[in-house]
Ligand binder design. Structure first.
Ligand SMILES: [Zn+2]
Length: 500
């Protein structure tokens, strides 16, 4: 595959206006699937959560999952949408091996929710209002795994495996109207929008919202047109991008790629595109016309969903604080610098820090542990922070031990790894490993005097006022104390003893 030409990003923005549109699929965390009683569980043995309904055997009859409907309504309400009084299902007919039924049951004409909007803030602090066209219910397809190729894609694979556990898992697809006016910040806006959707469904508790597991996936539509032109440019749709960073990169890439083609007199093909994380580029998928014929027709086996006003109002009353308000409140309460707070939000650490603070940690200490050591270890183990074997209250416990002077930072890191290894609570570990710092000045002074006696040249320098020379003695004392001393106190004492 030839590498596509890319136009310089700033130049592309000078010549063209960017229009994006985003489709976000949210997998709901209901106990059972959308239309049958099969378990909705990630990671089970392949093809164990299947039944005649979700693989579409003749004669099987689907029933709508009530909880999934309620979750979808809650999502719609959080996005400021109206809720339809009657929302039917249709069959979207197409053939693909991950779709055993040969059609996807989806809402076509009457989505459960429509006409909403979401206020989104991008990293620069600029705010945009994204108009939501619709949010509709549908079911997920199965999962194909292509074996034997170098890339894991179907091209070059020797054979493919299919797992229907995911077939029939409830999805809500949220579709925006075209978004104009984001200019150079269109990539950031796309990522920030998806982040907000993720926060909303997480706060609602209706989805696990783990992008790396595909709980939240984004299709990014991008088109560009010369400034001043009214007609929209031809769009491409980059499918199933599953990290915020990738969304941003994919949109940026498409802008640069399309700009290079148009400015050379070429035309954009309306098509789906694949995002390649490793190469940081997209490649052509299948052509997609607006007239794709899925032969939609009303699902004859399901009655329309008709949520009552009482149900809608009950769900509205249960909505949690919206993410923008919550962020504003926490930023005020924690007093972080703007950059610090933004990093916390971008790294998805807000919930953990909030819980650790509730458990008694100072906000800055909680932030330091989560965005420092814990994120670093999680990253090196290729895990999400939520998968780490430590609770926010244990983090608070470590922070409190440091705060009270019982342990120092170095020991705290040792305690942290012992907690992660399952050795017990921080306090238990400090006591079982005998890690408390030596706070007895007598023991420290003895070690200091010994170290000074061994390094008379250093002693001389300190006396001459070359205070930085004390480092060698402090190091020796810390070593003698096996690191279990407060380095600042040792430094104080070293200077004191040297000048006596
Ligand atoms: Zn089933």
């Amino acid at each position: 595959m030839a590498k596509a030409n890319l136009m310089d990003y700033d130049k592309a923005l000078e010549l063209y206006e960017v229009v994006i549109g985003l489709e976000v699929h949210v997998e709901l965390n209901t106990n059972t699937k959308m239309f049958c009683g099969c378990k909705n569980d990630f990671g089970d043995e392949p093809n164990t959560n299947v039944c005649p309904i979700c693989i579409g055997l003749p004669g099987s009859l689907p029933v709508v999952n009530r909880k999934a409907v309620e979750s979808s309504i809650s999502i719609g309400l959080s996005l400021g949408c109206q809720i339809t009084p009657t929302g039917g299902f249709s069959r979207k007919n197409y053939f693909y091996p991950d779709l055993a039924k040969n059609y996807q049951t989806s809402q076509f004409r009457d989505p459960i929710a429509f006409d909403g909007q979401l206020d989104v803030e991008v990293p620069s602090g600029n705010k945009f209002t994204v108009q939501i066209e619709r949010a509709h219910m549908e079911e997920d397809a199965g999962k194909l795994t292509h074996i034997g190729g170098a890339t894991g894609r179907i091209q070059g694979a020797e054979y493919s495996l299919v797992d229907y556990n995911r077939a029939g898992v409830p999805l809500v697809e949220i579709v925006t109207r075209p978004v104009f006016g984001a200019g150079a910040e269109a990539p950031e806006l796309a990522a920030a929008y998806v982040r907000s959707i993720r926060e909303i469904v997480k706060a609602l508790g209706v989805s696990d919202a783990r992008m790396e597991r595909g709980n939240v996936r984004c299709d990014a539509n991008v088109s560009i047109r010369p400034h001043g032109q009214e007609k929209l440019g031809t769009r491409t749709e980059t499918k199933n991008v599953n990290s915020l960073r990738s969304i941003e990169r994919a949109v940026r890439y498409e802008i640069q790629r399309q700009a290079a083609i148009l400015s050379a007199g070429g035309t954009i093909t309306q098509e789906t595109r694949h995002w390649h994380e490793d190469k940081g580029s997209t490649s052509a998928g299948r052509p997609k016309s607006d007239a794709d014929d899925y032969r939609y027709f009303p699902e004859p086996d399901l009655v329309p969903v008709e949520p009552s006003t009482e149900l809608i109002e009950k769900l509205r009353a249960l909505l949690p604080e919206n993410p923008a308000d919550r962020r504003k409140r926490l930023a005020g309460e924690w007093g972080f610098a703007e950059m610090e707070f933004r990093d916390v939000v971008n790294a998805g650490l807000m919930d953990f820090i909030e819980e650790a603070v509730a458990a008694g940690a100072k906000p800055q200490a909680a932030r330091k542990w989560y965005s420092g050591e814990i994120a670093r270890i999680a990253n090196s183990e290729d895990k999400d922070v939520s998968e780490m074997n430590i609770t926010p209250s244990q983090v608070a416990e470590i922070a409190t031990l440091v705060e009270s002077g019982k342990i120092n930072d170095r020991i705290a890191r040792e305690v942290l790894s012992a907690v992660l290894a399952g050795e017990g609570s921080p306090t238990e570990i400090v006591s079982s490993r005998n890690l408390e710092v030596v706070s007895d000045d007598g023991a420290l002074i003895a070690a200091i005097d010994e170290a000074l006696a061994k390094q008379p040249d250093v002693l001389e320098k300190i006396r001459e006022g070359k205070v930085q020379a004390a480092g060698a003695v402090i190091g020796a004392v810390m070593q003698a104390m096996k690191g279990q001393a407060d380095a600042a106190r040792v430094r104080e004492l070293v200077l004191e003893r040297a000048n006596q």
